[in-house]
Design a binder for this molecule. Sequence first.
Ligand code: PLP
Length: 359
Amino acid sequence: MARIFNFSAGPAVLPLPVLEQARSEMLDFQGSGMSIMEMSHRGKTYDAVIKGAEAGLRRLMNISGEYSVLFLPGGASQQFAMIPLNLLRPGGSADYVNTGSWSGKAIKEAKIVGKVNVVWDGKDENYLRAPEAAELSFSPDASYVHICSNETIGGIRFREYPRTPAPLVADMSSDIMSRAIDVDGFGLIYAGAQKNLGPSGLAVVILRKEQAERVPDTVNLFFRYATHMKEPSLYNTPNTWAVYILKLIAEWTEREGGLPAMQKRNEEKAALLYRELDSDAFWKPCAAKKSRSIMNVTWRLGGEELETRFVKEAREAGMDGLKGHRSVGGIRASIYNAFPVEGVEALVEFMKEFKRKNG
Ligand SMILES: Cc1ncc(COP(=O)(O)O)c(C=O)c1O
């Protein structure tokens, strides 16, 4: 078996012990004589899995009883639509901070539902930083304020979250569980699972329960949070496999020391990489220093030909997934929770050698 260092932005590397456990339980899940994918989502065995997944997230993120934790289909993109459908008061408006591609998609969906105030837009600076608190002012009548905590494509993040008069809603797809946060500061947190939580196609939604009460009657039942809260994440057949893997990942994260340990490790990994990027003008790191992501590290080289060679030679050296997003080009190293420090060390070594040969 040859596992490479996988820098993919998502779906992304999963913890090896999780994959091994899933393999060992594949054909006969806990003596049931079938795999987890082959059994009813309403049976006792699966019930323990989905409840265990929720309990794991609640422990890790310290989520209080004021919040529901939902596992929903459609990834984070479906949430771009569900959030305004549920939370945008008829005749009201919502504030959105535009820090890049993912915020942009969320804004597009919200505009279909109602009035959107883009309270800050990083467009003129090519979305290479998040705003400072002093740059933000919010609308008095906004139903909620939406941010993307970590823009996966640009490689920027909010180091601190804004204080907002209306409930704060955050797309945490690419940095959920990468550090300890205060969930009580948010009205709703959502994430596509395919970075720090498991397989794609699954969204985790953590919402203050009262948020679900405002939904207009015109919204289809399926798209109401209240529907999925009533029959906890079992209104329709959930992605049973993805929820199972998420449970294993939550257990792995706890065994590794929880979010404080993840944060420490993630900051160390990112620091290793940024140190090399700051060491020589050969590298051109993209994100403004204050906004640098510790999950997605982005940089350019002196020309596309050199970047293509970098990606190709890295792949030959056992490192894949380093090509930047097709919309921006360049290089991107995604170093989520499950990405090992040895992989970052190997990349830095490779970079030093590449610089020596091409600098
Ligand atoms: C920050 C962010 N938001 C939203 C999405 C969209 O997620 P999905 O493909 O699960 O809908 C992504 C995808 O990678 C993302 O990185």
